[in-house]
Structures are given as structure tokens and as C-alpha cells.
Design a protein around this ligand. Sequence first.
Ligand SMILES: NC(=O)c1ccc[n+]([C@@H]2O[C@H](COP(=O)([O-])OP(=O)(O)OC[C@H]3O[C@@H](n4cnc5c(N)ncnc54)[C@H](O)[C@@H]3O)[C@@H](O)[C@H]2O)c1
Length: 439
Amino acid sequence: MAIEKGAEIAPAKGKLGVLLVGLGAVSTTFIAGVEAIKQGIAEPIGSLTQMSTIRLGKRTENRSPLIKDFVPLADLGDLVFGAWDIFPDSAYEAAMHAGVLEKELLAQLKNPLQKIKPMKAVFDQSYVKRLNGTNVKEGQNKLEMAEQLMADIAEFKRKNKCSRLVMVWAASTEIFLKQHAVHKNLKTFEQAMRDNHKSIAPSMIYAYAALKSGVPFANGAPNLTVDIPALLQLANENNLPICGKDFKTGQTLMKTIIAPGLKSRMLGLHGWYSTNILGNRDGEVLDDPDSFKTKEESKLSVLEYILQPEVYPELYKDFSHVVRINYYPPRGDNKEGWDNIDIFGWLGYPMQIKIDFLCRDSILAAPIVLDLALFLDLAQRTGMKGVQEWLSFYFKSPQTAPGLYPEHDIFIQLMKLKNTLRHLRGEDLITHLGLEYYD
Ligand SMILES: NC(=O)c1ccc[n+]([C@@H]2O[C@H](COP(=O)([O-])OP(=O)(O)OC[C@H]3O[C@@H](n4cnc5c(N)ncnc54)[C@H](O)[C@@H]3O)[C@@H](O)[C@H]2O)c1
């Protein structure tokens, strides 16, 4: 049943443990950022939960509190971090290696970052071909690995005296997997774990362990992971919120900003060519065709859903959409993304838009991790379970209820997110009708 208007929300008392799978560029940029904000040397730029306001009631009422004052979110001072990675480097060493943040800033944060040492990962190279590490668990079968993760989770919670936990997948993109019969329900899934079935990827083992341990789960990569009936069943049975997939940053962020604008003006599209160069570890992993396929699927669907070629064949039928990612080490995390957009207007006259986005992937992703951790925790304290579609705003291929198409338009996603918060607090939803001002 849907959550009622003005539902009771349990207070955010005690510490919130944020468990990160993968202690790479995104995770370390996120942790370092939160520590810098805690120390008062940085602002939480890019984070809705920290900086955005929410309008309530009529425009004449002048009620626009900060989101964090409107809904009871965990305080940044109450966040503690844990992680798993296949490399044993501490968060400080991993951040230095990722090369996203300046050495001077990291030096100021060395103390808290050095204390974060990754737990041994559940890893299998057949799912991420370009990586190999030593900090990995061993076990008889996949169910046993999940049990080891559950023991890690319990131990982390006890040691850090957390009252609540959330888990976010920020590890490498796995190879493309399709839903398989073993994903059908929890019983078949658990049997497949015992049988070491190849359709159970490591990311699914983490998600299973989280949900078994009462921990909400967000998937920041395009892997199937928690987007299968068995794990949705487990989330529902255990009253846990889940969301995914693939943080919306960089080029796809731009696409979901620009495409709704073109469509709103009924401008046509002949084609959209996107190419990137990036040189971080993510780029290296995505250089493998099987991992890239997972990413490509996630990136390609966005325009189809926003532009609705079946509704507007004159404007969008058969437009060409190409996405390329090229691994180019000199750029490190500072990706460059080019878009060439061939549009047409009145009488079919063609025009072009060129975008050259000198973007910093992990700088865009870090505040998403923060918001997702805080909102998932809020959702759990509110009793929201299953797929959290209102968090679509943060994802390239938002998870939805089975059979429901995802909403990609970033402006609709934002409205959905804010209206959900208004609903939770018993406020009227905002429709932007506005006729009442002219009565
Ligand atoms: N803007 C962005 O950076 C962005 C946007 C969308 C999605 N993503 C996704 O987020 C993920 C992280 O990106 P990143 O730039 O931090 O990559 P990264 O390569 O720097 O970090 C990923 C880390 O995960 C570790 N890892 C891999 N498999 C693991 C496993 N099974 N268990 C534990 N650790 C494991 C790797 O060793 C690595 O340290 C990637 O899947 C990426 O595609 C990133």
C-alpha cells in the first residue's frame, strides 16, 4: 500500500552508517567531501538535501524551507563510513590514487580518511574483466559469501555504534546480464547462490546481504543487481527501500536537461552523437566491451523515453543515437564529453547544437551518493519499501515497478521528488496551475 499523506517519520536518532561497495573515485570523493563539510572547509555543492529549498503552499505564502529543515534527515555529523574493495588501500590512499581531489585538500582530511580500510570484497573477475585484486573473500559458494558480508555488516554496525545503515553500490560496472529464471523469486535465487550459478553477480550478493540485514540498498552502476524480482521480493518482505540504477552524471545529465527542452518546443531530432574520453579506473573497466554493453544499455534508453517517437513520429522517428566511451589515460577523472545534436525546426530546416562538457565525473557523482544515503534512510524511517521511484532524479536508468516505464525528464523527476516530500509532510502537492492568483 502507498504511504499515506503526512505519515509518521521516526526521528533520525543516532549514527547512520553508510556502507559503500567499492572504495574508488566516487566513494572517496564522497567521503572526503562529507569530512571537509564537517570540518567547515567546504560547502555541499550539488546536494539537494543540503542546499535546495522546497516551496510550500501558494507563492504568496513565502514558505520555502530548506529540504533538510523540512524533512528529518540524518545530520552529516552523524554519518560514518565503511567500504569493501578488492584493493586494500585506505580511503586516503585510494583518493590519492583516484586523483580527483587535490593533494592539499586530502592532506587536511588524512586523519578520517586513513581510518577507513576496506573490508574484503566479494569479487569474481569474470564479471569485471579488467580488474584483479587481492583483498577478496573466499567461500564454498555464493550464499556463503553473502553470509560473510552479513557478518561484516553486523560487525560494522556494532563497532561504530550505528543505529541505522544504508548500502550504496559504487563499485565497478559488471558485465551485461539479463534477467534469468533463477532471479524469479527468493527461493530460486537462494538455490542459485548455493549452486554458484553464473547469473548471480557479485553485486547481487551484496544487495542480498544488505536486504537480509535490514539495510536499504542503492545501485549507482548500471548492473542488474537489485532490479530482479527475487530481490524486490526480499526488499518488500523486509520493509526496505531500494533504488537504482547508474548515477546520472555527465553526458546523460545533460541529455535529460536538454531533450525535454527540445521536445517542449516541438523541435525535431535527426540524431544525437555522444562521445567521451576518460582515463580513470571506471574508464578502464568500461573499455571492456562486456562492461561497456551494460553502460550503453543504460545510456541509450534515455532519449527514447523522453522524446516518445511513437507519439511524435514526424519529429523523432528513427533518430540516430550513438554513445561512445573511449579510455584515454591522460585525462584521469576529468572526462571530456562531446555531443553533436542534429535538430530541425520550422519547415524542416536543420540546425546543430554542439556541447563540449569538461566534466568531473566523481565531483558530479559524490553529492548524489550523499542524497541517496540520506533519502534512503528517510524512506526507511517512514516505512517506505520496495522501489523508490521518487529517487529517479539521481539515475540514468531509474528502477520502476515491474511493467512501468521510467521517467527520464529531469524536471518531472525533480517535481516527483519534491512532491513526494510534500506528501510525506502532509503539505499540498504543487501543480503549478496558478489560476487561483487571478480570481
Ligand atoms: N560520475 C561517475 O563517476 C559515475 C556515474 C555513473 C555511474 N558510475 C559508476 O559508479 C561506479 C564507481 O565509479 P568510480 O569512478 O568510483 O570507479 P572506480 O573504478 O574508481 O571505483 C570502483 C571501485 O570498485 C572496486 N570494485 C570492483 N568490483 C568490486 C567488488 N565486487 N566489490 C568491492 N569492490 C569492487 C574497484 O576495485 C574500484 O576501487 C562505476 O560502476 C561507475 O560506472 C560513476
